[in-house]
Design a protein around this ligand. Structure first.
Ligand code: HEM
Length: 281
């Protein structure tokens, strides 16, 4: 039988490498008397923030690959992003094991904090294209957060990088789109959609680009599924009540379900089979 090695003094250990002691100090409950379910509530949110950090890290990798026209490598990163998105969706039912009565018992202690204020969630939205200038207010007087939000609001989105890559690969995109002011919201453009129809119609010859468009679409779809599941959880927990962040709650969230990060990849579906660009050989 082998025995586990005893860590020597000053040697790196599991705990010191991962900062486990510090991590386990971070679950500070506010309810008084302490409510059992507040631990779940805090841990669930903290885990989300860690995965948001990883997702941002991966999207930066996608951008790097697109800049170097490495479509297959960008696609591989998306494989990971999809699995992370899957986890984000699948975590919601864990929170739903908390009943509306249990949540009501400690909800007032959270005010006015809300997931609405998640900076990393907004960075993800900005990087994917949902740039809402009103979200700048989330920085409050935190200068570092303000700078980060401003940087992400101004820079090209991962979708801008996809369109530039497709253009370099011969799927000519309109100049105005390629050279647009990236601090503004990208407006859906029929010409972009039509250039993308070719990617689909010529998927055999341009398989990496076709796969990439499908990967983008899948990410967008999964993000919407998270939004939908989150609204349903909110309805289950607090019904039609306003949010702790001050919004109308489920009603506000339902309005976000129509957000599409990559609109023309969805528009391609409007054209396929209509004779535009020819039928598949
Ligand atoms: C009991 C569970 C939860 C409830 C009742 C809840 C409730 C709400 C409500 C009512 C809003 C609207 C903003 C407001 O006025 O507060 C909101 C927004 C939000 N929540 Fe939650 N939430 C829950 C769990 C979570 C979790 C686990 C996350 C993960 C990070 C999360 C992330 C967000 C985000 C990112 C928004 C902003 C969405 C947007 O503006 O599109 N929420 N939540």
């Amino acid at each position: 039988m082998t025995t586990a090695p005893i860590p020597g003094p000053g040697k790196l250990t599991y705990g010191s490498y991962l900062k486990v002691a510090e991590l386990l100090e971070l679950q500070q409950r506010k309810s008084d008397p302490v409510h059992h379910d507040e631990m779940l509530f805090i841990i669930a949110h903290q885990v989300y923030e860690l995965w948001f950090k990883q997702a941002l890290h991966e999207i930066e990798a996608v951008i790097g690959h697109l800049e170097r026209d490495e479509a297959l490598k960008a696609g591989r990163v998306f494989d990971r992003l999809h699995r992370i998105s899957h986890l984000l969706i699948e975590q919601i039912p864990v929170l739903e094991t908390m009943s509306t009565i249990d949540f009501a018992a400690f909800r007032d202690h959270l005010r006015p904090a809300s997931g609405f204020q998640s900076v990393q969630f907004r960075l993800l939205e900005f990087l994917c294209g949902a740039k809402n200038p009103r979200m700048m207010g989330l920085a409050g007087d935190d200068e570092a957060v303000r700078r980060r939000l401003e940087e992400f609001a101004a820079r090209p989105t991962v979708y801008d990088h996809l369109l530039r890559h497709l253009d370099r690969k011969g799927f000519t995109m309109p100049r105005e789109v390629l050279e647009r002011d990236t601090s503004k919201l990208h407006e859906p453009d029929e010409r972009v959609a039509k250039a993308m129809v070719r990617v689909y119609m010529e998927s055999d010859e341009h398989y990496p680009q076709f796969r990439l468009c499908e990967q983008f679409l899948e990410f967008d779809e999964r993000f919407s599924i998270w939004r939908f599941h989150h609204v349903k959880m909110v309805e289950r927990m607090i019904g039609g009540k306003t949010g702790t962040g001050g919004s109308s709650g489920a009603k506000y969230l339902a309005g976000t379900l129509s957000i599409r990060f990559f609109p023309e990849i969805w528009m391609v579906r409007d054209y396929i089979g209509t004779g535009y660009g020819g039928e598949h050989p």
